[in-house]
Design a binder for this molecule. Structure first.
Ligand SMILES: Cc1ncc(COP(=O)(O)OP(=O)(O)O)c(N)n1
Ligand SMILES: Cc1ncsc1CCOP(=O)(O)O
Ligand SMILES: [Mg+2]
Length: 265
């Protein structure tokens, strides 16, 4: 039986995933408005990332984002998962989804704390890390990157480029062909702008994760809409054969490889 969090991940539209940056957006107080603009522009998932904020600040930010999205979008707000970066305690307190890196709390430990309902994302940057994440089976989403160079994350590894992204996706594509159960979703991150979005989509990755091109944009809604359009164009070219990113037929999901009909009962 599929874990509820993995089922939830397969319900998400993560073609465009915005990760916030308080400094680039003019302070933590400005973040909820940027989040709303990103969602209005088409972002289907939001991660709250602020290395300088206290846990209490982040709890307040989660609550304020929920309040603003709920007030402005009504029932649609429930379709936009909020994820917190790094802070397991904040995720636990607010019942928010969590993203962890290779040096953060392990997905297995986070799962123990958060239970089966909340999504856990995991950063990967090598084919071996993707393979390991697939074998461990705790992550619902894999962030792959950095794809291109970025000023946003000062301790980022060397960029993978499109070839490196393709290599990281190979174990996932192989598992999609051979494993019967649903896999974690995949998104690319790092240095992604409008020009980069389409070639990234053509690799079959299911979404792009974008910080600065939205957080620092004069019009974050318009920037989000352009990024989503560019990614969707590239993904359309990749699947002109009528097959999904995993190279097999799409099965009734909004985007990407999905949970089989037999699994939905
Ligand atoms: C979706 C997604 N992918 C990767 C990251 C990077 O996480 P991490 O490697 O832990 O680095 P920090 O973001 O914590 O600096 C991410 N946040 N989101
Ligand atoms: C958090 C993170 N993880 C890998 S690269 C990165 C930063 C991406 O930021 P930007 O979209 O501004 O390049
Ligand atoms: Mg981290």
């Amino acid at each position: 039986m599929t874990r509820p969090s993995l089922r939830a991940a397969h319900e998400c539209d993560l073609r465009l995933y915005h990760v916030t940056d308080s400094a680039l957006s003019g302070g933590i107080g400005a973040v909820p408005a940027v989040v709303l603009a990103a969602v209005r522009g088409g972002a289907g998932m939001i991660q709250l990332r602020d290395k300088d904020a206290t846990d209490a600040d982040l709890v307040e930010l989660v609550e304020e984002c929920r309040r603003v999205l709920g007030a402005q979008l009504g029932a649609r707000a429930a379709q936009i998962p909020l994820v917190v970066d790094d802070r397991l305690a904040v995720a636990e307190q607010t019942r928010c989804h969590l993203h962890v890196g290779q040096d953060d709390a392990t997905p297995a430990y986070a799962r123990e704390v958060l239970g089966p309902d909340l999504m856990i994302g995991l950063s990967t940057g090598t084919p071996a890390q993707v393979r390991e994440a697939l074998a461990a089976g705790e992550a619902d989403l894999l962030g792959i990157g950095p794809i291109h160079s970025t000023a946003t994350k000062t301790d980022a590894a060397a960029p993978l480029g499109i070839d490196g992204l393709t290599a990281c996706l190979a174990p996932w594509h192989e598992a999609a062909r051979t494993v019967g159960s649903p896999l974690p979703r995949t998104v690319a991150i790092g240095g992604i702008d409008e020009t980069a979005a389409a070639p990234i989509a053509a690799t079959g990755v299911e979404g792009i994760c974008v910080v600065s091109q939205i957080a620092a944009a004069a019009d974050p809604q318009a920037a989000s809409a352009r990024l989503l359009a560019a990614f969707t164009r590239g993904a359309g070219q990749a699947s002109n054969s009528g097959r999904g990113p995993a190279g097999r037929p799409r099965i009734g999901h909004r985007i990407g490889h999905g949970i089989g009909q037999e699994d939905q009962a």
